[in-house]
Design a binder for this molecule. Structure first.
Ligand SMILES: [Zn+2]
Length: 342
């Protein structure tokens, strides 16, 4: 497995508010004596870039894959993922069918391949308290102070995000997502415009660089030159807008997607109702055998592997079967309003 370390210059244009839930203070890290710097946690960056990629994946593949977060945080608090598309392979997640009680595996867990640590600025300071007030809608008069926000002044952050993958297509997908994300933080209507510049990708079987080290370079330092001096090769992996749809389509054929889809399908077809509905959707008839004059649904004893083989005829890909299962069981009503008027 290769490690693709994507080096990103994240330029905060305007003010940013990057707070962690239940805290309204900026997160900081002390680089040295009195050198306290505001930082942006990786999870905040990942959430935005994951959503950017998922939007594109839904548009290109028409998969039913959504990131629904629940209040009680963590990866366990996420649902709505299809667990069979390139975005799910890249960012990981979990899935369990709503209709439990299947005979085979009960859930799927996919480890992420994209690792975020956090973005660090080249200099300290730059944290400001702003008081926000209530405004009277009719008079436009400012009322009493409601509270204080800690915001970060415009500055450059350096970040390194690592993708672990067998081929560079996965790194390219993430690079595209990073380059097409620009609003981050707690209050993206007012704060958090960031311009991302991918400086390059270091490809190596080992981790070679860390953002926290690069942030120790002097402000305005040439990060590219610094890496070159360390004999680290920065590869460019551009992915133009005209290429992204094909890249995503190609990735659906990747072994990693096929493996995840197989595991996800195994969970789904273990649920009788899902298997039956999928068979109907595919115009397949589940076999019924005669035993002592009675009809017996032999398929109910089939193992997940047999169920998958029946539905795919040994030819169809697991990715394609995942789409069939989705259409037969979980597809959202396409246009309810139009249906009602017909
Ligand atoms: Zn997905």
């Amino acid at each position: 497995m290769m490690k693709y370390q994507v080096v990103i210059l994240r330029q905060l244009k305007g003010f940013g508010q990057f707070v962690t839930e239940s805290r309204d203070e900026a997160n900081t890290y002390e680089f040295g004596d009195g050198d306290e710097r505001p930082i942006i946690f990786g999870e905040k960056l990942k959430a935005v870039e994951r959503r950017t990629i998922m939007r594109k994946v839904r548009e290109v593949l028409e998969v039913n894959c959504w990131l629904t977060t629940h209040k009680k945080g963590g990866d366990g608090g996420i649902s709505g993922l299809c667990m069979s598309c390139p975005a799910c392979v890249l960012f990981g997640g979990t899935y369990a069918p709503k209709k439990g009680g299947g005979t085979g595996p009960k859930n799927v867990v996919q480890m992420r391949r994209a690792y975020y640590t956090g973005a660090f600025p080249f200099q300290g300071g730059g944290i400001r308290d702003v008081t926000f007030n209530a405004v009277d809608e009719r008079t436009g008069q400012t009322g009493q102070a409601l509270g204080t926000n800690q915001i970060i002044e415009p500055r450059d952050f350096i970040d390194v995000v690592t993708v672990e993958a067998e081929n560079e297509q996965w790194a390219k997908l993430l690079v595209w997502g990073i380059e097409h994300s620009d609003r981050y933080g707690a209050n993206t209507r007012i704060y958090g415009e960031i311009h991302n510049e991918v400086l390059g990708v270091v490809v190596d079987p080992r981790l070679r660089i860390a953002a926290i080290d690069l942030a120790r370079l002097a402000p305005g330092a040439d990060v590219k030159k610094n890496l070159e001096e360390k004999k680290l090769v920065l590869t460019t992996m551009p992915c133009a807008d005209s290429e992204i749809a094909k890249l995503i389509e190609d990735l659906t054929k990747d072994e990693a997607v096929e493996d995840l889809a197989r595991r996800k399908n195994s969970v789904d077809v273990s649920v009788e109702e899902y298997l039956q509905k999928t068979a109907v959707h595919l115009e397949l008839t589940l076999p019924v055998e005669k035993k002592d004059g009675k009809e017996v649904a032999a398929w109910k004893k089939w193992k997940p592997g047999q169920r998958l083989a029946f539905l795919t005829d040994g030819k169809k890909s697991q990715y394609a079967l995942a789409r069939d299962i989705e259409k037969a069981n979980f597809a959202e009503p396409e246009d309810v309003e139009e249906e009602a008027t017909q």
